[in-house]
Design a protein around this ligand. Structure first.
Ligand code: ARG
Length: 473
């Protein structure tokens, strides 16, 4: 029998049962659900709302249920709709009618909000952990390749030489903003909704502070109506995840390009590539392509949840049940993409000779020649024009700026001296020594700052233990 069957005269239509059930996806919340129920029942005992013996029976029953679920012996039933009612109905089978006391001063509305927030806290923590791992890989690769020069691009046209490390550390910065977004999301998520009842609170003398403490929330919510309606914490997660995916997709795209024959900057490890069923020569960057592709899926989930919540009247509406699949799929997708990106990066080989060769081609030193003239007193605009003409001359005569003689330079400006011939890829990189620039000294400083940032992220992780590890007794 349904736990809410009292006022009904007919059985639920089978189609309605199937349509309204969420058990096939929300069973994933079982641990958080049981943890919440244990904390709640202990508080009921402490407040004298239920008897000690009743509370003990409930906790014992819940522990058995946890064991059944984890050993795959739990009889999940669609007609019981969701994880909350499956657990409660099973508890009744185990300990009898006293199981019915567990739901005193509680509604599924604050219960599901609790479960989802606990799940979200773990999901956020996991995201930060994987982001931190990718960041560490980026700093390691940057250290290993410090000195490797490559072309920097704008419009995907060679622009100016940069250090490979500088390019990689650009992603470190993006991922750090992502970490900051998740850490901020964690703080907003870290609010106990339990105790809000169905929407208006409860008539029982509950102790929300005790439950907050037991479940490890930073604070308890201030408005019961908000608590049961709010899914901002899901939006926060999805928005942060979408931004990570956007960053991952850019890095993935660069690896697709760099591993092509045309670029030849990177050789992907065999273990991180796949072959073609027809073309024997092929080694494809499928991992990078799939990360790029899965970005669309995560964007879609964000859009779906924003649309789900749009114009929803207070307080709980069944629409809210639709938050979970998008949320869960985003968590799984994001964590997998971060892990695979990390593995791909760690195992890739950077073809630094080829990068260096490309770094000096296509007039990447033109800005340095113009800057040279500026140091000789020419206004930058004029210097720009002189070098533009030099480039045109080179193109006409099929030359490169580095191949011109001093006489040729002087034909375009008397300000040129023999030291213009000293401009090289190495000098160009070294000259960009302003803070944030690509000079080795600055990149080194950025990497030291990065070490402190990684330290801080690791410290946060240490201070933020997983909810799933809270002991259940
Ligand atoms: N399965 C529901 C959900 O995920 C739980 C809350 C149901 N509440 C209700 N009043 N029907 O949202």
């Amino acid at each position: 029998m349904k736990l809410w069957a009292g006022r009904f005269q007919k059985d639920t239509d089978r189609a309605v049962e199937n349509f309204t059930a969420s058990i096939h996806f929300d069973q994933r919340l079982y641990r958080y659900d049981i943890l919440g129920s244990i904390a709640h029942s202990r508080m009921l005992v402490k407040q004298g709302i239920i008897e000690q013996g009743e509370g003990d029976a409930i906790v014992r029953g819940l522990a058995e249920i946890l064991d059944e679920i984890e050993t795959d012996q739990f009889p999940w039933r669609v007609e019981l709709e969701d994880v909350h009612m499956n657990v409660e109905a099973r508890l009744k089978e185990k300990i009898g009618d006293v199981a019915g006391k567990l739901h005193t001063a509680r509604s599924r509305n604050d219960q599901v909000a609790l479960d989802a927030r606990l799940f979200a806290k773990d999901a956020i923590r996991d995201a930060v952990e994987r982001l931190a791992a990718v960041q560490q890989t980026l700093t390691e690769l940057s250290r290993k390749h410090l000195g490797a020069v490559m072309p920097g691009y704008t419009h995907l046209q060679r622009a100016q030489p940069v250090l490979l490390s500088h390019h990689l550390m650009a992603y470190f910065e993006m991922f750090q903003r992502d970490v900051a977004r998740f850490r901020a999301a964690y703080q907003r998520c870290d609010v106990l909704p339990l105790g809000s009842g169905a929407l208006a609170g409860t008539t029982f003398p509950i102790d929300r502070e005790a439950v907050r403490e037991a479940l490890g929330f930073a604070e308890a919510s201030r408005n019961s109506m908000d608590s049961v309606s709010d899914r901002d914490f899901v939006v926060d997660y999805l928005a942060a995840a979408a931004t990570v995916m956007m960053h991952l997709s850019r890095l993935a795209e660069e690896f697709v390009l760099w591993s092509s024959g045309e670029f030849g900057f990177v050789e992907l490890d065999d273990a991180y590539s796949t072959g073609s069923s027809m073309m024997p020569q092929k080694k494809n960057p499928d991992v990078a392509e799939l990360i790029r592709g899965k970005t669309g899926r995560v964007y879609g989930h964000l859009q779906a949840i924003l649309t789900l919540l749009k114009a929803l009247p207070l307080t709980y509406n069944r629409d809210l049940q639709e938050d979970k699949e998008a949320f869960f799929d985003t968590v799984d997708t994001l964590l997998a993409c971060l892990e695979l990106m990390n593995g791909m990066l760690r195992s890739a080989r950077f073809v630094t000779e080829r990068m260096r060769g490309a770094a000096g081609e296509s007039f990447t030193l033109a800005t340095d020649v113009a800057d040279y003239l500026v140091r000789r007193g020419l206004p930058f605009r004029q210097a720009h024009e002189v070098v533009g003409k030099l480039v045109a001359y080179c193109l006409d005569t099929d030359r490169d700026l580095t191949r011109l003689t001093l006489e040729e330079y002087r034909r375009y400006s008397p300000a040129f001296d023999s030291d213009v011939l000293n401009i090289t890829v190495t000098s160009a990189v070294g000259a960009r020594a302003c803070p944030g620039g690509t000079a080795p000294r600055q990149v080194d400083a950025a990497m030291q700052a990065a070490d402190a940032i990684v330290e801080d992220n690791l410290e946060w992780l240490k201070q933020t233990p997983p909810i799933r590890l809270i002991p259940l007794t």
